[in-house]
Unconditional design. Structure first.
Ligand SMILES: CC(C)(COP(=O)(O)OP(=O)(O)OC[C@H]1O[C@@H](n2cnc3c(N)ncnc32)[C@H](O)[C@@H]1OP(=O)(O)O)[C@@H](O)C(=O)NCCC(=O)NCCS
Length: 237
């Protein structure tokens, strides 16, 4: 018989995730190997990890706060998957350097942040992004969207178009974060094109070059609260 907590099966070391500070996100996609959540930066744990602090010690206070909140959120998600605690350092190119047993992605806006963590056994790469609705003004559309995407946005009612432009922008950011660990390459906003599949899912395709594995997964969309939308891409093995 087990005599102490160290003897308990790993399953019982998992912590309940969704409490006051960490709220569910894309919960229909969660599994024993995939954890997601979002929270208000002010309500998340902002105690710095000593190693992670080295990557942010010279930044402005608000940036330090979002960086630490995002990492503590990712740590809580990893713990809920029974993954051991490990610092999440920042690479020279500013991307997060996930420990070999997991992949993940982080995002923050001024007041909220979100994260996804999965095990590398099941997942090749992931990307998540949060955006504030209305931030993607129409004057930015020619830079951010292809002619076909703009045609679609221009047919929508102005209010709907503003939300949809935010969703499309977020989806491209999620895609970028998902492909980067696999390619270490820059992708421009005109290099990919989005299309709606339904109210929860977008599809992405390259506008030049061949379709690669990271163009295949659906991009999931969700409203986080009244001001924010989130997007998520999961590239399973
Ligand atoms: C890196 C980038 C994607 C970050 O997105 P953002 O909306 O500005 O900011 P977010 O808060 O959502 O995300 C920031 C987090 O992304 C992660 N990140 C940074 N660079 C990354 C990269 N190359 N790959 C994956 N994740 C990265 C980091 O975890 C960062 O948070 P942290 O510094 O606290 O660790 C964006 O600034 C960028 O450079 N984009 C490149 C061009 C592009 O988006 N093309 C889209 C066409 S497909």
């Amino acid at each position: 018989m087990p005599t102490g907590s160290a003897d308990l099966p790993r399953l019982f070391s998992q912590e309940p995730l969704h409490h006051m500070s960490i709220q569910p996100l894309f919960s229909y996609l969660e599994s024993s190997t995939l954890a997601l959540g979002w929270g208000h930066i002010d309500k998340l744990d902002t105690t710095p990890d000593p190693e992670e602090w080295l990557d942010i010690e010279h930044a402005a206070a608000a940036r330090q706060k979002e960086f630490i909140a995002g990492r503590n959120l990712a740590r809580a998600l990893a713990r809920s998957l029974a993954l051991p605690d490990a610092p999440l350092r920042r690479a020279d190119d500013r991307s997060p350097r996930w420990p070999a047993d997991r992949c993940g992605s982080l995002t923050h806006c001024a007041t909220v942040c979100a994260a996804v963590v999965s095990t590398t056994k099941e997942m090749q790469s992931v990307g998540i992004d949060l955006e504030t609705i209305g931030r993607v003004e129409a004057k930015l559309w020619p830079t951010l969207f292809t002619a076909r995407e703009r045609d679609y946005l221009e047919q929508l009612e102005p209010e709907k178009a503003s939300v949809e432009a935010t969703v499309f922008f977020s989806a491209k950011e999620s895609f970028y974060k998902c492909q980067y660990p696999l390619t270490q390459s820059w992708v421009g906003f005109q290099d990919v094109e989005l299309e709606r599949s339904d109210d929860k899912v977008l599809r992405i395709s390259p506008t030049n070059g061949d379709k690669r594995p990271w163009h295949a997964p659906p991009i999931h969309i969700a409203a986080v609260d009244e001001q924010h939308v989130a997007s998520l891409i999961l590239l399973y093995r």
